[in-house]
Write a protein that binds this ligand. Structure first.
Ligand code: HSE
Length: 438
């Protein structure tokens, strides 16, 4: 069979690794794909930087539109990220009848519905395994491996940079900004690292996972998003004293009232496997009705792990080029006409437990006032920790764990407690999930 010819857009961390791995593992890859796969045209912003060693013969341009318009190219590999010009390039590649492989989660989460519709009309595929959880084959697992099941919920550590930062802060007491710089140097972080620390990157990925799991349209704007920038070392220490770890989770649930999609720091019992996923590693825990719980673990970012997922997609696409376009695995796991718009549960209606930390005057009656307000809001307290004031200080820190309640109850209670004269500063709240698979 003729070799499959690739056009590579973006020769940064992942693009360069993709070119290298395609060369280094060419034999293994061809044995699997049933044909050779070669990059014939590439684009990068600064062509003076050239191509990675061993790929110098590839035609290089600084105009990515030349790559998508090259009639020799069968598959366009989009690895530049962002929306502009990534969206125009992907749409033009589809219009030109080319297959596309992308690692661009922002693009898929925000424009996937129109991209997949256009691809379906043209009879081509847009593959995006590398968009979620780096090298873990999570898209394939959900889309194909779990296709007999009704997926009830999933919870994932889906941002490697954030998990790397939290782990280094916890284990080595390192400074947030310093660890973030290291994550950037290691090629984990997004071009704009606020996407990592403010939860936007995880929200893109959760949006994609939710569509695949529940058969709903991609809807990034419906994901409730909080990052890790407000987590303090104190919270990490107190959570540990209560038997929990703090992880930045993406959680999606298909319940009676609709679909929950939320990304936020979360306390999880330290004995859960997922609580022990550290560093740049990602993990996704999925509760499916027939399989039960299953956990997918691996490197969530970095050059070679991400290239591994990109190339798996390239091989899939190479195999599918000669197959019937109407009988391929659907982009979003469910047949396009079976995607259903389910109601989205607002965060105020989410039912979960809470960790609360507050600073109060160390005088009689304060605890009574706080527990009275909790009671008035039908909030049952699971555990209380009071930290002795430091010498010469008249304020103490109180930490509470609640039982499961609706977020709106917690909001009302926090508003009333904040209004007490004996309570000082912000009341810090972190949601608590037990992730029981029962
Ligand atoms: N910045 C992302 C992360 C890269 O840290 O997870 C992989 O999507």
């Amino acid at each position: 069979m003729k070799p499959v010819k690739l056009g590579l857009i973006g020769v940064g961390t992942v693009g360069a690794s993709t070119a290298r791995v395609l060369k280094n593992n060419a034999l293994e890859i061809a044995r699997r794909a049933g044909r050779e796969i070669e990059i014939v045209h590439a684009s990068r912003r600064d062509i003076n930087l050239g191509m990675p060693q061993g790929n110098e013969n590839i035609v290089l341009t600084d105009n990515p539109f030349e790559v998508v318009d090259n009639p020799e190219v069968d598959v366009v590999i989009e690895l530049i990220g962002g929306y502009d010009p990534a969206l125009q390039l992907v749409m033009r590649a589809i219009e030109n009848g080319k297959y596309v492989v992308t690692a661009n989660k922002a693009l898929v989460a925000s424009h996937g519905n129109e991209i997949f519709a256009a691809a379906q009309d043209k009879g081509v595929t847009v593959a995006f395994e590398a968009a979620v959880a780096g090298g873990i084959p999570i898209i394939k697992s959900i889309r194909e491996g779990l296709s007999a099941n009704r997926i009830e919920w999933l919870a994932g550590i889906i941002n490697g940079t954030g998990n790397f930062i939290l782990t280094e802060m916890r284990d080595k007491g390192r400074d947030f900004a310093e660890v973030l710089r290291e994550a950037q140097a290691l090629g984990y972080a997004e071009a704009d690292p606020t996407f990592d620390v403010e939860g936007i990157d995880a929200a893109h990925k959760l949006c994609i996972l939710s569509s695949l799991a529940f058969g709903i349209p991609l809807q990034f704007d419906s994901v409730y998003t909080e990052g890790i920038s407000a987590i303090s070392t104190d919270d990490v220490v107190y959570a540990a004293q209560l038997g929990y770890r703090i992880k930045h989770l993406g959680i999606a649930r298909n319940g009676e009232k609709g679909v929950e999609m939320r990304v936020h720091p979360t306390l999880i019992p330290e004995k859960r496997l997922i609580a022990n996923v550290d560093g740049v590693m990602n993990a996704v825990l999925i509760k499916a009705d027939k399989l039960g719980p299953s956990l997918y673990y691996g490197p969530g970012a970095g050059a070679d792990p991400t290239a591994s997922a990109v190339i798996a997609d390239i091989i899939d696409v190479a195999r599918s080029i000669t197959t019937d376009p109407l009988n391929r695995v659907p982009h979003l796991a469910f047949q396009a006409d079976q995607i259903v718009d389910l109601p989205i549960v607002p965060i105020t209606e989410v039912h979960t437990a809470y960790y609360i930390r507050m600073r109060v005057d160390d005088i009689p009656g304060v605890m009574a006032d706080i527990t009275r307000i909790m009671g008035e809001n039908q909030i049952s307290i699971e555990a209380i920790l009071q930290k002795e004031p430091e010498i010469g200080v008249t304020q103490a820190t109180i930490i509470m764990l609640t039982q499961k309640i609706f977020e709106k109850q917690m909001n009302r209670a926090i508003e009333s407690i904040s209004a007490l004269e004996t309570v000082h500063g912000d009341i810090h709240r972190i949601r608590v999930e037990t992730l029981d698979a029962d």
